[in-house]
Write a protein that binds this ligand. Structure first.
Ligand code: 13P
Ligand code: SF4
Length: 305
């Protein structure tokens, strides 16, 4: 727990109760935001938490596609973002028209898309997936001849290698994870030879090849807790280290690269959460025609895992 502004945190808690709100935070959020969240997690866990909550208002501390996903799953709730300008550059690398064209080029293919996509893109998908379940989703499609997998070319590469399936991909990538270079991991391994290397599948294939484990953010949290190792090299966005240290005070975590900071994930602050609760905005609402179609793709995913 970071040194907290007691008055600010007190006002957030009070208002949260009054508004019947729940605060969801992604694992990459600033420590001060993670500290006030009712729930923090990876993309899959946040989708599930959004679907289950009985609260009337969801304050989404993450990036835009995540709040859209919450709106898709909870159309009757008010979904608000403390900073609506927090987007995901990877999600913005593909629009619905791009996917429609790709589907036209491959009319026999089933379309699988990473959760890091806009609601409009999700509406064009057959299946959604997250970094936790991407391999399971592709493996569940063994009867399908062709599979489109978008937008992340590096996640696609990893899933393809693990599932043994050739995938039709897109040229998307995460600008934050590509900042982690193989030489970063090699350097940290030299400094900490006993450390286990865990990396996110959004990383470059050359980085993935150096890892002991390739995991989503919450899978990393679980791995760090359960693995007997005392030291870990962390190949993902810097924000996760706060949670890892909190959960495992007796273990050491070394960020593979200090450059791996997602500016969009750092836009949300405690003050902005308070303002969002005060003014009940900015609302993220997916239009019903898009929502229904996108919901199907997410539901199909949730049935697999
Ligand atoms: P996960 O938390 O699902 O591993 O996703 C990482 C990410 O980049 C989210 O934007
Ligand atoms: Fe998007 Fe990468 Fe930032 Fe995640 S870390 S929100 S994938 S840019």
């Amino acid at each position: 727990m970071i040194k907290e502004d007691k008055e600010l945190v007190g006002r957030i808690k009070e208002l949260k109760k009054k508004r019947n709100a729940v605060i969801l935070a992604h694992n990459y959020q600033l420590p001060e935001v993670q500290d006030i969240a009712d729930f923090r997690g990876d993309s899959l866990e946040l989708s599930r938490a959004a679907a289950k909550t009985g609260a009337k208002v969801i304050v989404f501390c993450g990036v835009y596609f995540m709040a859209e996903t919450a709106s898709i799953l909870s159309p009757d709730k008010l979904v608000i973002m403390p900073d609506i300008s927090a987007g995901c550059p990877m999600a913005n690398m593909m629009n619905a028209g791009d996917l429609r064209k790709l589907k036209e080029q491959h009319p026999q293919a089933v379309a699988v898309g990473y959760v890091n996509t806009s609601a409009e893109v999700k509406a064009e998908l057959d299946y959604c997936c997250t970094s936790t379940n991407a391999i399971a989703v592709v493996n569940a499609l063994s009867d399908k001849k062709e599979i489109i997998f978008v937008p992340d070319k590096y996640l696609a590469d990893y899933v393809s290698k693990k599932s043994g399936r050739k995938l039709i991909t897109w040229h998307g990538f995460c600008p934050t994870h590509v900042k982690i270079l193989p030489e970063d991991v090699k350097r940290e391994k030299k400094f900490h030879p006993k450390a286990k290397v865990m990396v996110h599948p959004e990383c470059l294939p050359a980085v993935v090849a150096l890892a002991d484990a390739v995991l989503s953010t919450s899978q990393m949290a679980k791995f760090a807790k359960e693995n007997p190792a005392k030291e870990f090299i962390v190949g993902t966005e810097a924000g996760l280290v706060y949670r890892l240290k909190q959960d495992n005070p007796d273990k050491e975590f070394y960020l593979a690269s200090e450059r791996a900071v997602c500016p969009n994930m750092k836009r949300t602050t405690q003050e902005k959460v308070l303002w969002a609760l005060e003014e009940l905005k900015d609302e993220v609402k997916v239009p019903e025609n898009i929502r229904k179609k996108a919901h199907l793709a997410i539901e199909r995913m949730l049935k697999i895992i």
